[in-house]
Design a protein around this ligand. Sequence first.
Ligand code: ADP
Ligand code: ZN
Ligand code: ZN
Length: 723
Amino acid sequence: MIAKVEPLTPARSLRGPFDYLLAGALEAVGVGAMLVVPFGNRRLLGVVVDVAEESDLPPERLAEPLAALEANVPPDLVRLGLWVAREYVSTPARGLALVLPPGTGTGSGRRMAARRSLAASITEPGRRALEGGVRLGERQQAALEALRERPRRVSALVRDTGCDHGGLRRLEKRGLVILEQALEEARRPVLRGVGAVGAVRGLTKAQRDALGEVVRRMDAPDGGDRRLLLRGVTGSGKTEVYLRAVAAALDRGWSAIVLVPEIALTPQTASRFVQRFGDSVAVLHSRLSARERYDEWSRLRSGEARVCVGPRSAVFAPLTALGLIVVDEEHDGSYKQEGDPRYDARHVAERRAEVCGAVLLAGSATPRPESVLRYERVELRERIDSRGLPPVELVGMAGVSGPLHERTRDALDEVRRREEKAIVLLNRRGWSNYLSCAECGRVWECPNCDVTLVLHRAAGRMSCHHCGHAEPVPCSCPDCGSVSVSRRGLGTEQLGAELERLVDPLPVLRLDADTAPGGGIARALERFDAAPAGVLVGTQMVAKGHDFPDVTLGVVLDADATLRFPDFRAEERTFALVAQLAGRSGRGSRGGKVVVQALDPQARALRHAARHDSEGFVAGELERRAALGYPPHGNLIRVVCSSHEPGPETAAADAVRRLIDAPGVVVLGPAPLFRLKARERAQLVVKAADRAAGIAAVRAAVESVSSSAEHRGASYAVDVDPQ
Ligand code: ADP
Ligand code: ZN
Ligand code: ZN
């Protein structure tokens, strides 16, 4: 037999698959096997993507693989990885790296393997020995007792009973225990930042109906559309529907994937799945060690775990007989991967579900126009216990001095007096977002990127939020020598200090990328949850799906800042941010309200968000996009060419543009982008009515230009469905 092997190398130019001859012990490997193969005078790790009877090459030119790794990948995941590579204009190796066991991918160093250790179990004669009549040392007796329930690791047994290895060996000789090398139980990592979660008894009528629609799709005959959008206002009990849907899949002998935005931010959701399904859940989150990640992967691969909960990469969980994929908070931007391959887990989930006949259940209070247009829908229109959605007041900031409107101050003061809780959102971290010289107008900018440096006062420096460059805070202007340097624009750090004065003595907790490292997110959420009263202030992190029942006030500052970006998704993002933050308020018996500050409170996205009107917002958005040919009424592909020196990036972009030639495909640009990480950039935006045709045209053009000697100075990044 011949194995077609795709080598896992980061090199774009090395494209397989290459043929290898299977013989001897490796005769029977199939698609998904991971092989060490000779390649020229190197050895490479590769994945078998196909097997065939014969090769086009003469037998004497075929090499044999050197070895096979212990782990392998389900064949349908191999196909999914290759599909991602094509769909997102990447390489097969990078597509496959997504579906391999953690720690294998392209160019990784030490490889993980299953952990084995010596384990002891009791025999039948051993059990009888415990009933008496057999002479046993005290410690041997203790060891046998400990093994009565279940087999144990020898190291743990020695520690707990004091019976040493010699003692255990003597028990083995007498036939009372068996000692053997066994696969170690994967250790279950713990989720932090989780309070107790109440059990839910019965479902509401709306939840029952929604679940009914899910189950109907599970049991529908082959070939039907199994995609479903669950639009449910914030606090309507969507998670409970997901839980029951997963239970229904398990009942049918199937497995399930639950995608969630970022587990560190909303540990509650993941922990509800663990509470409900116990050890059959594997949770993949970013704070796992490489070893824990590998262990969870192995538990899924072996079938020990049948449910995978995790962020976007969990869409590649090695589960077989998949019956359901849930996408929680489907509007969330974190489903899109930023590095190559720039895949969108929502799109991959749709593909995976379709290929294996699984139900796709996407849920949100603020679903994307794409999903509203394309999926059938069920609705949860009311909050649990018929609690109303909080009233939202829009206030204009024109002519207001200081960061807070009078209405906002009053509302915060009320929270202070009544000892309640508030969440305040400002989507800008740092102290102030730029420094300028009051004399000559100099603005401090990043030397690598064309953006201003942000002042972080506690850290005592100014830093670039794009490349990480940092420098000390200046005392004077290097251009004119003036010492009057003014701090402009407000960030979460300064706002936090301002709020501390305002709501004193209530605690103010900050949640943003600066406070996140080292478990800072979990700590802030735990403390806010446990405090009887207080304020949580931060970036969009505070608007995620937290369920704090006692928050009575939500505040958004500079809500239309996001609208000032030249991006067709700006309105969608603004709407979701404000509506989601509003959804954090008034979940408990005390009710709640929301104040939204904006320069233009009449903006369409804000007016709809203030009415919690996702339906109306999306209808208008779809109309606008249809007129412009934007998604979902058309496809966008972004090509960014970059180079170290100015010049090659624009020349390369021009060349790509000239080569893209397909009916129904329009290319805009090249347009210059701001310098980033010391690279000059030029961008093309490709609009295509037909997705496959657009992707194929871009791939052909980029491959041709990137392999030409003329444009060697440029690099290329292709982003299908840019966010
Ligand atoms: P969503 O995800 O739609 O924002 P959640 O799933 O967080 O809403 O549910 C909001 C709250 O309502 C949670 O505290 C949850 O435990 C509770 N809940 C959900 N379903 C029910 C039910 N049928 N009966 C009582 N409480 C429920
Ligand atoms: Zn100056
Ligand atoms: Zn920078």
